[in-house]
Design a protein around this ligand. Sequence first.
Ligand SMILES: *Cc1c(COP(=O)(O)O)cnc(C)c1O
Length: 407
Amino acid sequence: MSFKPANNIQDLQYFGEFGGVNPSISDSSTYTFLSAKTMFDTFEGNADGCYLYSRHSSPSNLYLGEALAAMEGTETANVSSSGMGAITTTLMQLCHAGDHIVSSRTIYGGTFAFLKNFGPRLNIETSFVNITDLKQVEASINKNTKVIFCETVSNPLLEVADIKGLAKIAKKHQLKLIVDNTFSPLSISPKVLGADVVIHSLTKFINGSSDTVGGVVCGTQEFIDELRNVNDGAAMLFGSTMDSLRAASILKNLRTLHIRIQQHSKNAMYLAEKFEADGLKTVYPGLKSHPSHELYKSMINEQYGFGGMLTIDVGSSEKANELMELMQHKNLGYLAVSLGFYKTLFSAPGSSTSSEIPEKEQEAMGLTDGLIRFSIGLDADIERTYRTMHQCMVDLKILIKEPHLTS
Ligand SMILES: *Cc1c(COP(=O)(O)O)cnc(C)c1O
């Protein structure tokens, strides 16, 4: 039987304070105690169900965390004020001075910058590897290694990590496998495949409204308790806490995630097939031409498809910029970073979200100048979108052919 992440979200039952169908929003930073003893016990972590101070936890944040843990199949979760807040606190909790990390080299620019520039200041070194090469991953492990870090589907090159294979290596060497699943919520369930910790930037598909930043760490009760520990918990002490009002609004958006992901995937698949047939260099995990198509298929929770992200290469940064400006002018989407919005978003990663990565390293990993990353929107009529996009490409002499229309 396959894992059913959306059912797990649907099956949670909430009652608000007055019998409301949504949980009441907790609007307090601090909480009273009837006895001084209970306050002391709460500080010590021995008073379940008691709240102390909202940087530690709050009812609204716990509701959202519970839903995200249900989605990922982990014991529990801790939400944070951003995806980077989730990633950095997790790494700081697991790694101390002198430790070593093995990380995919094609990861979110912010994560890359943190590992490359901040890690060494704390005497934490990172080896950046080609994550699709399990031999290279294992060969990079040394006696100080504590963590293997990767993204399920990498940003922006859409490389796919073999989570089962990586989990095996992590187990063998007693390391923690941390997977950033931001690009593939519902579609892939890393914990079920063997990951120890699953992280999301909630900013993207999960919230889906481009109105806030947010993050989550999904893991065991033990690890989440460590993160929140008042004495040495990174989530508690670095203070990247989500606000209760935001937690409540993200929880409401999470409930429609399965419908949105299906539409994002359907639209992206349609465009990827058309672009490829047009002769454009197209990268989409749903295409048979994608080097990890079969691997993705073997990990997928069917019905959610291959996700909403695709890239095309139009040859040069000049062409890429012209095309993006024209597509925005034609109201096909926005020239903007980020992903998971109802409108299509497009950007050139080399000069935006991956600009933290030095040019030479960009070249080595196949991040070319003409690359455009698309987060495909929820367009009701994707054929109309394709027709207009195709015309933009003809106008800019990127394409000369007729559009590939079926009807
Ligand atoms: C956006 C993103 C992040 C960072 O999340 P923020 O919410 O912006 O802090 C991390 N990983 C991936 C894959 C992302 O796309």
